[in-house]
Design a protein around this ligand. Sequence first.
Ligand code: SAM
Length: 274
Amino acid sequence: MHEKTLAQGEKQAVHDFWERAACGEELYLHDSGRQGYLEQARRRYELEPYVEQFAAFQSARGQRVLEIGVGLGADHQRFAEAGALLAGIDLTERAVAHARRRLELFGMSSELEQGDAENLSFADASFDLVYSWGVIHHSPNTPRAVAEIHRVLKPGGTARIMIYHTWSLVGYMLWVRYALLGLRPWMSLADIYARYLESPGTKAYSVAGARRLFGAFSAVQIQTQLTHGDLLESAAGQRHRGAFLSLARRIWPRAALRKFAAGHGLFMLICATK
Ligand SMILES: C[S@@+](CC[C@H](N)C(=O)[O-])C[C@H]1O[C@@H](n2cnc3c(N)ncnc32)[C@H](O)[C@@H]1O
């Protein structure tokens, strides 16, 4: 009973964080008309060009697709445009409202509802593809979310899931800022991600940890990706600002990091077959 209440509290804290502003809303959505959403999508795919290839939007035509954690709905719109038979959920009312409005403005539709990755309302074996970009590491019980993805996929169906990678430049920077300069060098990277990256309790995984997480799937391909956050090429999330970051941004050795730290990106792209 006590554990259940604790888990509900953790989930509520995740909900409250993303209900205040959906992912990228403060930085990249300047009006919620067609033009605002188009501009947000332009900025998203400029900063994260690898989304396109990973999501393989075009190959979703005629497929039954579930997106978990739709956020502002840019990827959801791409699946709809590609002709997917689409459903989407998000933990927050705010994200669902954005995605609904976005699709309506562009004359498209999807079964969108507020929902929890850990308790999906869909029947077993309902989808050809489950897609989720940067979501299930925020949920308190990530293994349960992965089990739900496996359950709702048809046999032979594909999961395309991005979660955070532990050994990342973003993690090291946050560790220097909050552990070393905060005189708490004993803090682990896990503590750092949980407390300082985004919503409280955010997790990251090693490649081996991700393989274990997706152990029920038959074929699992994993690659890590250096991001605009690792390379300090963007406004770095909703939580981090200030002189330390401005200075780092000016002196950041991007070319050397691309060459020598290519395996230390924050994003881990997982493609798995049920
Ligand atoms: C970093 S944002 C990513 C949103 C979107 N996929 C994107 O790439 O912009 C994380 C999203 O995950 C959602 N989320 C967190 N935990 C969830 C859960 N248990 N079930 C469904 N959505 C969840 C949040 O509400 C938030 O919209």
